[in-house]
Design a protein around this ligand. Sequence first.
Ligand code: PGA
Length: 244
Amino acid sequence: MRGKLVVGNWKMHGGLRQNDALFADLRSGWNPPEGRRLAVCVPFPYLWQAQAALSGSAIAWGAQNISERATGAFTGEVSAAMVAEFGCRYVIVGHSERRTLFAETDAVVAAKAAAAMAAGLTPIVCVGETLQEREAGSTEAVVARQLDAVLAELGIRIADAVLAYEPVWAIGTGLTASPAQAQAVHALVRRRLRSVDAADVAVLYGGSVKADNAQALFACPDVDGGLVGGASLKAAEFLAIAHA
Ligand code: PGA
């Protein structure tokens, strides 16, 4: 579903006391303008706290990863069904930090997207090129390859997912893709989605989104909002992005 969606990705940040304050500030500060949605994806141990703090509000919550497997002897893993029990709407899959630091392949990411859907969650599937890949001129090929793996697994069910284009070189670096750079890749993603009759999937931009650049990025015709890391940890900044 298109319309503006802003999702916070807390990564491995948080603590019970500071989360309470952040949830309260978000809850009191979020009066969604028409067609705007807001969500936060928190570390697993805080899902119960997000559920307690945000239930009944206009803010959704989710996780940042799940296992591609349903159940079994997989020490340390967390299934999609477990996450769903805490009222999550979303789960991020295929974030570049998972792909690079935890060796998640395109096939694993696709399997995680399918596992999320089987549990009734909306996967936020991340794609994006590294700086080296961009400089080699292979941005389109990399993004298409990552997207096609998910399309092959989900087929038309992709229509119920959310996508996020996150150029790896822009994540946590303070380097943001220009609106033109973001739009060029979003248009490519949109074309591929249209070819499987799923042109209405929300495609978020992520990578150093801040209050002062959100408006220009979100104004691009194929950018449907943002996946926000660092700036989602500060209520005022995150709310300013959400209202941009
Ligand atoms: P950033 O992270 O906003 O801190 O660059 C975005 C992300 O990794 O999702």
